[in-house]
Ligand binder design. Structure first.
Ligand code: GLU
Length: 464
């Protein structure tokens, strides 16, 4: 394995849509391998860091668009999954694909054939369903690769173990259309060969492509890469992960206020055999630990609630300045730092912040039901009046002093704390959620707190 100790891996998305969570997982695992210790006996220090190649498989001209390429690149950049080489366009490699195709034709390892699906069917009727189709060379037509009659095409999948496909039952695969354009499995094999890819890590929907790609390597007398096929991602209900389960694309996760480091962390935990007692990892820690041979063979379940929880941990691991900067970018607002300081323990995503703390900037939320229920309750107006007067005489309007006088008020009135704090909360926030009430009042300041309490009293009066 010495020769392989510097890993060269690639992520090869087809730009036919947004980057989905499954695609992000494939990209992440490749990135982690390139940044990890390698698989050589000497480990990373001796082997050196690997390389991560980004190849855009844009040969499907109808479905590949510039906008999709831009979206994928944007999603990878947001995740911090930077590449060392590329983006390489598969389409731009067309001359090279043609060169290799001509080589195989010249050597008789591939041949022109006009045989279509009907001919293949007839062949199987004549020779038996298990018998791979072999065509007769013709002067023109599509191009098929000759599959050896004997033996088998097999590989040791680094996740699934040994997989074997008897050659006798494999059809000679079509590698180019009659118009000369090459087919997907051929282009992938040539590109992986040219890029000296050592490990192909991709979704297991590609397993059936692998023998065809191996045959191309074999025809070219080249050593193929090692392959690892990742099991499917499922939603918590056991069905294939899709939009029904919530966010399906990386862009949607970003819009929902997840941090890229939390998304990476959560995806890395999915079926990779990390110690279940530990879950919080930085990218460097994940790269050091990630091992293909620990990836589970069974499908992994993507549960957005778990991501949410982990996101909260990552969010609290940021410094106040970092978190403020991210929230300012997320909300498009500025001057959030003090509100962030008193909200950070209560939010799990960036999107949680504004509903909790927006009232500091835009005034109380509009929640008439909460207002009527809490401020309209018997005795609440009296409580607000008393609280307002208690706060008015405070020498220092800081959270500690506010807490002291409000707790004194609770005792004096013989009420439960919530019976005092909740009307105040609704008075200043407009609704029943806010950061800590003492800290919130302190942040609003004496004047604004008083004005908000007065406004709530007037409103309650008007509704009574
Ligand atoms: N372009 C393929 C896809 O988006 C991936 C091919 C590969 O990784 O070999 O699914």
């Amino acid at each position: 394995m010495g020769l392989r100790s510097v890993m060269r891996v690639r992520f090869a998305p087809s730009p036919t849509g947004a980057l989905h969570i499954g695609g992000a997982r494939t990209a992440l695992y490749n990135w982690l391998l390139a940044h990890g210790p390698g698989d050589g006996p000497e480990g990373g220090a001796a082997a050196g860091r690997g390389s991560f190649v980004l190849r855009i498989e844009d040969t499907d001209r109808e479905r590949s668009t510039e906008a999709n390429v831009a979206q994928i690149i944007d999603a990878l950049a947001w995740l911090g999954l930077d590449w060392d080489e590329g983006p390489v366009s598969q389409l731009a490699n067309t001359p090279r694909h043609q060169e290799v195709l001509a080589q195989l034709l010249a050597r008789g390892q591939a041949y022109h054939s006009s045989a279509g699906a009907e001919d293949v069917k007839a062949f199987k009727l004549a020779h038996g369903a298990e018998c791979g189709f072999r065509g007769e060379p013709e002067p023109s037509g599509a191009v098929r690769l000759r599959v050896p009659q004997e033996g088998e095409t097999g590989f040791v999948d680094l996740v699934r173990g040994e997989l074997r496909f008897p050659n006798a039952s494999m059809d000679d695969p079509v590698i180019a259309r009659a118009d000369g354009s090459v087919l997907y499995n051929f282009a992938v094999a040539v590109d992986d060969l040219d890029a000296r890819i050592t490990h192909v890590v991709r979704g297991d929907d590609h397993i059936s492509n692998t023998p065809k790609q191996l045959l191309v390597f074999r025809a070219l007398g080249a050593e193929p890469p090692l392959y690892a096929h990742l099991p499917m991602l499922l939603g918590p209900d056991g069905k294939k992960l899709s939009k029904r389960h919530g966010a399906a694309s990386v862009q949607e996760l970003r819009d929902r206020g997840y941090l890229p480091e939390a998304v990476n962390n959560y995806i890395a935990l999915l079926g990779t055999g990390f110690d279940p007692d530990e879950e919080f990892f930085t990218m460097a820690e994940m790269a050091a630990r990630f091992r293909l041979d620990r990836v589970s063979r069974s499908p992994a379940v993507f549960d957005e609630r778990k991501l949410r929880h982990l996101n909260g941990q990552h969010l609290r691991a940021l410094t106040l300045d970092e978190l403020t900067e991210r929230l300012e970018r997320f909300t498009g607002r500025s001057g959030l730092r003090e509100a962030v300081a008193i909200s950070r323990e209560k939010i799990q995503t960036l999107a949680d912040f504004w509903p909790l703390a927006g009232f500091f900037f835009d005034g109380p939320a509009d929640d008439p039901a909460a207002f009527d229920r809490v401020v309209g309750a018997a005795g609440a107006r009296e409580v607000l009046l008393q609280a307002r007067d208690a706060l008015a005489v405070l020498e220092h309007f800081d959270a500690g002093s506010i807490e002291r006088v409000l707790r004194e008020l609770v005792d004096r009135l013989g009420l439960k704390p919530g019976e005092v704090f909740q009307p105040l909360r609704v008075a200043i926030a407009g609704t029943t959620v806010s950061p800590g009430i003492f800290e919130s009042l302190a942040l609003l300041g004496r004047e604004r707190s008083r004005a908000l309490i007065d406004a709530a009293l007037a409103r309650a009066q008007a509704r009574a």
